[in-house]
Design a binder for this molecule. Structure first.
Ligand code: NAD
Length: 398
């Protein structure tokens, strides 16, 4: 069992290792937050499948379902295991900690480290549901991936973060240096647009639900939710109106289709939940959005309305998905967990800060320091209470 002192190693802004103890503490913090938010006597889904469950919104969903509802949770994720002196990825350590803490709490929790897009990954999931979990009553789709291999054709699709139509020039922040600068994002080709839809659109979600239905593994009244983001106008050229936004619109269309399908098959429902911007491995990679998040955090913290993944997902679970609650949606049938982010007064204050943010005033008028800290935290670094000079066991099993 290799024990080693694990210091944060970065390439550019990206962290290439992870700290097992720091990741475990992050999971424990989220469990504590759920136990605190959980209304007494709440009940909800009992068998929950989370696809994309090891970090970000998917991890928060597993934790909220398990510790909030006492649900059996099965997580599907794609993470790097430890290899000799090389640490595992953060999502691997998060999942190992979640499984250990779940066992200690007497909760059934299993995970599959597989490519969720693949036929084999889906089949292994089906087998595990049949053997150990029983019919699923909630399926949460929380994948964020740069590529997908099509399970039938073997074709590889790469998603792109580009505009559609015209190039866009706007402000962004260099996450390594803290320099606020202009960036020009080129428009995507037709192939890049269709590839991004193939990766982040609704096709794979639909394949999962169809497979679960055909195997008879969805419970009566089963529900499914996939996550999306809308954000303010200033990010629309790169997000909502860009390649990723088109893919998310495809996901929303899929939700309508699946809603009808599930209603007739098992009396169930499908929704897309639009969540707030938070720091995750996926969101930090999006230019413009990272600067917006730094300003947004400042404004929402000052108003006391700031939330991370676990607070958002606790609201989704306890206010909407719990027994006896009604799922509230907007005119487009979207669940809006981003309601506090999108409030007019929040957005006008962010827009005012956006108009004058520069390298010189970045730390003063934004929460860029917190952004960086939260980004390190994702990998288990700079987490309170962890002794980073002590030996850590990196060869952890799931
Ligand atoms: P994340 O990068 O933290 O998590 C992605 C998850 O997908 C991980 O568990 C990873 O292991 C898994 N994954 C990736 N490729 C996989 C594969 N081939 N097979 C199995 N698992 C795979 O991302 P996130 O930010 O939590 O995003 C999750 C969803 O939430 C996305 O749909 C995203 O658009 C949405 N969302 C994110 C934000 C934000 O600010 N981060 C805001 C609103 C909505």
């Amino acid at each position: 069992m290799p024990q080693q002192i694990v210091k944060q190693r970065s390439r550019g802004f990206i962290c290439i290792n992870a700290h097992p103890e720091g990741c475990a503490r992050n999971v424990q913090h989220q469990i504590d937050a759920v136990l605190q938010a959980r209304p007494a006597g709440t009940i909800g889904p009992k068998n929950v499948l989370v696809i994309g469950s090891s970090t970000g919104y998917g991890l928060a969903t597993r934790i909220a379902a398990a510790w909030g509802f006492g649900a059996k949770t099965l997580g599907v994720f794609f993470e790097r295991p430890p290899d000799g002196n090389r640490t595992a990825s953060a999502g691997y350590y998060n999942t190992a900690a979640l499984h250990r803490l779940a066992r200690e709490a007497g909760l059934w929790a299993e995970g599959l480290n597989v490519d969720a897009f693949s036929g084999e990954g889906k089949q292994q999931t089906i087998d595990l549901i049949r053997q150990g979990m029983g019919k699923v009553d909630l399926v949460v789709y929380s994948l964020a991936s740069p590529r997908r291999t099509h399970p039938k054709t073997g074709e590889i699709f790469n998603s792109a973060l580009k505009t559609i139509g015209d190039p866009f020039t706007g402000k962004t922040v260099d996450l390594s240096s803290g320099e606020v600068k202009e960036i020009t994002i080129e428009p995507a080709t037709e192939l890049e647009i269709s590839d991004t839809i193939a990766v982040m659109g609704g096709e794979d979600w639909k394949l999962w639900i169809e497979l679960l239905l055909s195997e008879g593994l969805l419970a009566d009244g089963a529900r499914t939710v996939a996550y999306s983001y809308v954000g303010p106008r200033l990010t629309w050229p790169i997000y909502r109106h860009g390649t990723i936004g088109i893919a998310k619109k495809d996901l929303e269309e899929t939700a309508h289709w699946l809603d009808t399908r599930l209603a007739s098959a098992v009396g169930g429902n499908a929704w897309v939940s639009v969540n707030k911007a938070v720091v995750t491995q996926a969101s930090a990679a999006i230019p413009v959005v990272s600067l917006y998040i730094s300003l947004l955090f400042r404004v929402m913290k000052q108003r006391g309305s700031h939330e991370g993944c676990i607070e958002q997902i606790s609201r989704l679970c306890f206010d909407q998905l719990a027994a006896g609650k009604t799922v509230a949606t907007d005119d487009g049938r979207l669940i809006r967990l981003d309601d506090r982010e999108m409030q007019d007064d929040v957005q006008s204050e962010v827009a005012e800060l956006w108009s004058r943010v520069t390298t010189e005033n970045l730390l003063e008028i934004s929460d860029f320091g917190t952004f960086r800290q939260e980004f390190s935290n994702l990998f288990g670094f700079h987490v309170d209470g962890v002794d980073y000079e002590a030996l850590a066991e990196t060869d952890v099993t799931l």
